[in-house]
Design a protein around this ligand. Structure first.
Ligand code: WQD
Length: 348
């Protein structure tokens, strides 16, 4: 049985990836220091998978803790690295924490690969590396633009660190540049757990619909788009999780064309904010109370993925619709119960 480390494994995308790995018979080890999640996510993973993966509470940016943890696991066949701080706005206020945490942990994990180059490495990157792309849909060849935030910069620098590590030490890696991950597991046992006021659109919508937040503010109605609101490529988190397994198995099976490969992960479909609201209302028969507000600093006008490379080279394509994601997100929100918006595990 092959053994896979999922860092940030109790987080939003990490927990959904853990479920998919367990379903495929992998031995899964989760590393998570609960910086941005809750321990009972593990119960949700177990409820879906029927088995409880090992979880280690370790700060991967701490040299001693990370070193001891990795020394105790000399036999990983794959590492899927999600663990990072990821709040764009917060990164502007705390850039040094973001660089130290996100890049320090990455370097320590890459040092492990020097001693185990056969271990496949997947890096959680982001479409934010493109900024406002000059051409849409956005392909992997689009120029990486100066980051709009320290968070985005940690993804850009992270890819460069990996590229240099691959060139110097001969291990392999794949960076997956996500567009906008949304939704939850259809069982409603795991989902997104934004701590505090959600910065992202979909969790704000579900909390507003649940009566936990006031009216949704739609940031900007004067963009050059079909209805004046900004366009994004919203991809179901289960589609995203499955893409990670496909990419990891590509490396494990020795099918990579280069030692460092990059893939955009999106649906290829752009949706405006108003279209997302309508999709939610159709999927859930809930009415969303919203009003326009000024544009949010740092937002791009439009971003949606060119899915050709992922389809033709990776052999993967998203299959779940925006409406399906809205329904799954709503069932997850309902499972969290009324009081606790920062979420115990759902699935009650
Ligand atoms: C989507 C659209 C907002 C909230 C971010 C990160 C990106 C990735 C995904 C980590 C925008 C609008 C939002 C609200 C709104 N995260 N909006 N009212 O900014 O595209 O991407 O999350 O990898 O790196 O940058 O996602 O969900 O915040 O915003 O109108 O209350 O919804 O202006 O147009 P974003 P988002």
């Amino acid at each position: 049985m092959k053994k896979v480390l999922v860092t940030g494994g109790l987080g939003f995308i990490g927990s959904h990836t853990a479920v998919e790995l367990l379903a495929k018979g992998y031995e899964v080890v989760l590393a998570d220091n609960l910086a941005n999640t809750r321990p009972d996510v593990l119960d949700g993973i177990e409820r879906i998978a029927g088995k409880r993966p090992e979880w280690v509470n370790v700060d991967l940016a701490d040299q001693q803790q990370c070193g001891e943890f990795l020394a105790a696991h000399p036999d990983f066949d794959g590492i899927i690295h999600f663990a990072a701080f990821k709040a764009v706005g917060e990164s502007v206020d705390k850039p040094l924490d973001y660089y130290q945490n996100n890049l320090g942990s990455l370097c320590l994990l890459l040092q492990y690969l020097r001693g185990r180059p056969e271990c496949a490495f997947i890096f959680s990157s982001s479409c934010t590396v493109y900024g406002q792309a000059d051409e849409l849909p956005v392909s992997e060849g689009a120029p990486v633009k100066p980051a709009e935030s320290p968070y985005g910069n940690t993804k850009q620098i992270g890819e460069e660190i990996i590229r240099d590590g691959v060139a110097a030490h001969g291990f392999k890696a794949i960076a997956l540049r996500y567009f906008n991950p949304i939704g939850a597991h259809p069982t409603a046992a795991i989902g997104e757990l934004p701590l505090g006021v959600p910065q992202n659109l979909v969790p704000f919508i579900t909390q507003s619909a649940a009566g936990l937040r006031g009216a949704l503010k739609v940031f900007g109605n004067d963009y050059p788009t079909s209805d004046g609101t900004a366009v994004r490529d919203y991809i179901h988190v289960v589609d995203l999780a499955q893409a990670h397994i496909v990419a990891m198995e590509r490396m494990i099976d020795g099918r990579t064309a280069e030692d460092f490969e990059v893939f955009n992960l999106g649906t290829g479909q752009g949706s405006t904010v108003l279209e997302v609201i309508k999709a939610f209302e159709r999927a859930t028969e809930q009415k969303i109370d919203w009003d326009f507000a000024p544009r949010r600093a740092g937002d791009v006008i439009a971003a949606y993925a060119d899915t050709k490379r992922a389809a033709e080279v990776l052999g993967w394509r998203a299959s779940r619709s925006l409406e399906e994601a809205m329904g799954d997100a709503w069932r997850w929100q309902q499972s969290l119960g009324e009081s606790d918006s920062s979420g115990a595990t759902g699935g009650k």
